[in-house]
Design a protein around this ligand. Sequence first.
Ligand code: FPP
Length: 227
Amino acid sequence: MDGNGRWAKQQGLLRVIGHENGTKSVREVVEASAEIGIKHLTLYAFSTENWNRPKIEVQTLMKLLVKSLKKEIKTLQDNDIKLNAIGCLDDLPKKAKEELQEVIEKTKNNNRMILTLALSYGSRDELINMVKKISDKVKNNIISTESIDESIINKHLYTQNLPDVDLLIRTSGEQRISNFLLWQIAYAELYFTHILWPDFKKSDLYTALIDYQNRERRFGKTSEQLS
Ligand code: FPP
């Protein structure tokens, strides 16, 4: 969800106002995704590297997270959406962690769509964690080195219950991955748009999905094999 800061700057506003307007796009995209039958939506809301931003911006983003969770619980319940979170959640301020756990608990029986928030998330951090957990199990003879395969790796990632990514959308014109789901996007289709996140609305999501529908996902096979 990139471009909140630039959106604000373009209008002579503070960066935090950009983030505030970004939450409106979050709501639109979440509702639109549920409406059209997407089963999983993952939003990169705060990276491990984002902790290095000015203190005031970090504090505002955390406050915005708490405010949005309180406000949007109704949207989640009305749309039968289950909230999930990935990342180093222990890094979050107490209030944010508690609010997050509360909404996760309250929405746990919803099953139209799973909305995953990546918070204090970094893919390298996730991979290091996974290696440590698996190494411990090997050391304690719980699993053997020979048995390590994709499925074992998947089970030790923050995303353990989520499928691989089909489509990755990055807004604001930047064309990089920025430490997001590196393992899980192995065969994802990538979509880059110049639209800044606060301007990204339902119709822009549909445009991205139509583009995705026209891709040929070969997973290493030839076109002929697919047809
Ligand atoms: C990147 O834009 C955006 C973020 C670091 C924060 C994203 C947060 C929200 C959209 C609001 C809160 C989210 C939830 C789920 C309630 P940037 O600040 O890097 O923009 P810039 O590159 O233009 O400076």
